[in-house]
Design a protein around this ligand. Structure first.
Ligand code: FE2
Length: 266
């Protein structure tokens, strides 16, 4: 890969992204709120991707920002056409993001190989697991994008949950009903150290457990430190029921996070 001296200027891509967002502008305030949410989310994922990529080389940092900027392009037509961010009820937004990138030739300023890395990272950023057998840079980029995305989805959800109902962007809660308690299947998954499957959710509390279980799927020490600094787990604890089994699984995730942070510090 080339050195810092030949780093491309990302200003045209950032400008293209702004006009892309503007092209979805609508007088429907409720829909616009969901578009604004994704534009702000993208901005934050770019920032967090750069925080995580710091020290991995200027070329990789540039690719991290490009991947972050493009990863949720598909969210805009998804919400416009289906009024949901739930892929299972609409389409795979990551596949659509990769398609839009190609359709608009937004990565034509990059060499083919790097463009290929970003396309795979964007396309796979929402997969349940990272596929095996990817080239090293593609895998690094994909893992980084997944970490940065999670960091800001947590922020979005925490803000959503703590906002007055009238001000909430409807898409952020995925439409799950706010029922008491947590369901057995998501609790069992977290207790077993596994990520919760979206198909097992019955309520908003289950969705919170799913997001807590993402802590098992973090790739970079910098992300672990940001989880700690931003009190992600504590904020989710404050939003969940104070049932014994819920507190137990949260304590378990907390131990997992402490262990990973210790490993990373050695
Ligand atoms: Fe995202």
């Amino acid at each position: 890969m080339n050195d810092a001296a030949s780093l491309p200027d990302l200003a045209p891509l950032r400008d293209w992204f702004s006009s892309y967002c503007d092209s979805f502008r609508t007088s429907d305030l409720e829909v616009q709120r969901n578009f604004d949410l994704k534009q702000e989310h993208t901005r934050n994922v770019c920032r967090d991707a750069l925080l995580i990529a710091h020290g991995m080389g200027p070329r990789f940092e540039m690719l991290a920002e490009v991947a972050a900027l493009c990863h949720d392009l598909g969210r805009f037509p998804q919400f416009r056409d289906y009024h949901t961010f739930k892929d299972s009820e609409s389409l795979n937004h990551a596949h659509l993001s990769a398609h839009i990138m190609k359709q608009h030739h937004v990565l034509d300023f990059l060499p083919d190989e790097e463009r290929g890395c970003i396309e795979v990272a964007v396309r796979m950023h929402n997969a349940f697991l990272v596929p095996q057998g990817l080239p090293a840079v593609t895998e690094d980029l994909l893992r980084l994008l997944r970490d940065a995305d999670k960091l800001d989805i947590w922020r979005v959800f925490i803000e959503y949950f703590n906002a007055p109902e009238a001000e909430r962007a409807s898409g952020a809660g995925l439409g799950f009903p706010d029922l008491p308690g947590c369901s057995a299947e998501p609790l069992a998954a977290v207790a077993a150290g596994r990520m919760v499957q979206l198909s097992t959710l019955k309520s908003l509390n289950d969705f919170k457990l799913l997001q807590v279980s993402w802590i098992y799927d973090i790739n970079y020490p910098a992300t672990l430190r940001l989880i700690r600094e931003r009190s992600v787990l504590e904020r989710f604890r404050a939003m969940l029921p104070r049932d014994r089994e819920v507190l137990d699984v949260l304590a378990q995730v907390s131990c997992h996070l402490d262990g990973k942070l210790r490993d990373a510090a050695e």
